[in-house]
Design a protein. Structure first.
Length: 260
């Protein structure tokens, strides 16, 4: 998948599939299965490092895992998360984004909206592709009072919608919407020309992303409502991955039981 394909997927109504990968082996499997996008997620803090959240993930962690994943990816669009406090000002954002791109990423992702205007704009000015992230922002989990659905009230919903439009105007190529009501995600998706990638945001997003460990039923604790084990009933990881891809493309996932 090429960067230029993103809007084409949205225009023709084909759902975009995305999974996280943190190593060369899983990345190669997902790429072979033709997952549209692979995200080197800062969720590695939870699933690789065993932390309670993503706040201890460093730039060195992200560079290490991005390099490993990039060695195996040939067809999927490779996105890398910018970790906590790696984009506190424009100059720092540009420096760290360049490092991730040099490590093999084709796009960087970071959380937040209007408060990061300078960071979004400097990457736009330097032709570095960006994926936004609105709704529940794991790097702000303490400020948000835990892993809670965002945008349930009118003020919160308005802010997410306004931020999405701002991000689009600043050249952002796609936006992850995490843990927002399905109706709000539908409104956001219809209000912008760039794709939305949902995780716990309902069926009307332009694509879906899951942490690969969750998708395969590998977890060490609390499971969010939006998680589904796609390996269940299948005899190989490859067939489980293909089950996930088919379910997203055929719009049978997420259903109401996996949405808010």
């Amino acid at each position: 998948m090429k960067l230029t394909d993103l809007k084409k997927f949205k225009e023709k109504g084909e759902k975009i599939t995305c999974l996280t990968a943190y190593d060369a082996s899983f990345a190669k499997l997902f790429d072979t299965c033709e997952v549209d996008m692979i995200l080197v997620g800062d969720s590695l803090g939870n699933v690789i490092k065993g932390d309670e959240n993503t706040l201890n993930v460093t730039m060195e962690d992200m560079l290490y895992h991005t390099r490993a994943v990039a060695k195996s990816v040939q067809k999927s669009l490779l996105i890398a998360d910018m970790p906590y406090q790696s984009y506190t000002n424009a100059a720092q954002t540009l420096e760290n984004a360049k490092r991730l791109m040099d490590a093999g990423a084709q796009m960087v992702k970071f959380e937040g909206g209007a408060e990061h205007e300078a960071s979004f704009k400097i990457l736009q000015a330097n032709q570095i592709p960006v994926c936004g992230h609105l709704g529940l922002q794991p790097q702000s989990v303490i400020e948000m009072g835990g892993y809670k659905v965002q945008g349930k009230d009118e003020l919160g919903a308005k802010r997410i919608l306004e931020d999405a439009k701002l991000l689009e105007s600043w050249g952002v190529e796609a936006i992850v919407l995490e843990c927002v009501p399905a109706e709000l995600a539908r409104r956001v998706s219809q209000s912008i020309a760039i794709p939305t990638i949902g995780i716990g945001a309902g069926i009307d997003c332009d694509g879906q992303v899951l942490v690969s460990y969750d998708m395969l039923g590998i977890n060490t604790g609390y499971l969010p409502k939006f998680v589904k084990n796609f390996l269940s009933g299948h005899d190989s990881i490859e067939s489980g991955v293909k089950n996930y891809i088919d379910s997203v493309k055929n719009q049978t996932f997420p259903d109401n039981t996996h949405s808010y």
